[in-house]
Design a protein around this ligand. Sequence first.
Ligand SMILES: [Zn+2]
Ligand SMILES: [Zn+2]
Length: 304
Amino acid sequence: MLPYKTLQEAEAFLGRNLTFPETVWLNYSANKSDYFLYCHNILFLFLIFSVVPLPLTFMELSRSSGLDKFKIQPKVRLSSADIFRCYKDVMSMFFFVVGPLQLVSYPSIKMIGIRTSLPLPSGWEILMQLAVYFMVEDFTNYWIHRFLHCKWGYEKIHRVHHEYTAPIGFAAPYAHWAEILILGIPSFLGPAMAPGHIITFWLWIALRQIEAIDTHSGYDFPWSPTKYIPFYGGADHHDYHHYVGGQSQSNFASVFTYCDYIYGTDKGYRYQKKLLAKLKEDLKSNGQQNGVSYQNLTQDLKSD
Ligand SMILES: [Zn+2]
Ligand SMILES: [Zn+2]
């Protein structure tokens, strides 16, 4: 709860006029407890898990649009019943694990110093903190994920997330309850190292989940704005990890590609990409004379 209730009190406290976003924030949060503000994450996560994968689901089910050529594993088709089952499982995990975790984790957020007060952080500060959070998450998640691929970790926990060998947006948070708890650590570490405003924290939690849905979308769009983010892995990078499955010792990173490059866990992926690029080139130069599409060939190659 803010230590000032009115605009005048807040301006006296800051020693200047409030900006428009600060006035909006004051009006919204002045009478709300910090705990209640923190719990907004539950609503945000529910909306993100439910709404963000929807356009991808329509694409997946229609399969007739021009977007189908961007499907990474075009031969795999999921029915609406399959997709709904995935969403139902994610939602039960949401109500029994994700939501309660948010409810009880408030003291840790308070301890690391996430603030709700004025002044609001600048756009630059938010951007820098988000960049740190994504990098810390990526590095920590890489090693935890790699550990989850050891025999014990995979069989007891991580196997659940790999039930989808051709992932879909709704399957991004589909995991064993223990994995949800364990992977809360990389998400928490960044804000613990560089604590900021609760708005930055909301943005972080939301963007991280939207990014996970993107990497599990099953579609690789060449026009995606994420292509401009340096070293961003995207759907193609993580799809390969699911495609190879349980034995996968490739593409562990959750956000960027450099950890897999540095630690040598992307060799299979890079070899396959090189092969597919050559195949595409050959197909182009042959003028598709035998009538076989690139899509089918790439899928056949992946199936070998
Ligand atoms: Zn995995
Ligand atoms: Zn995954």
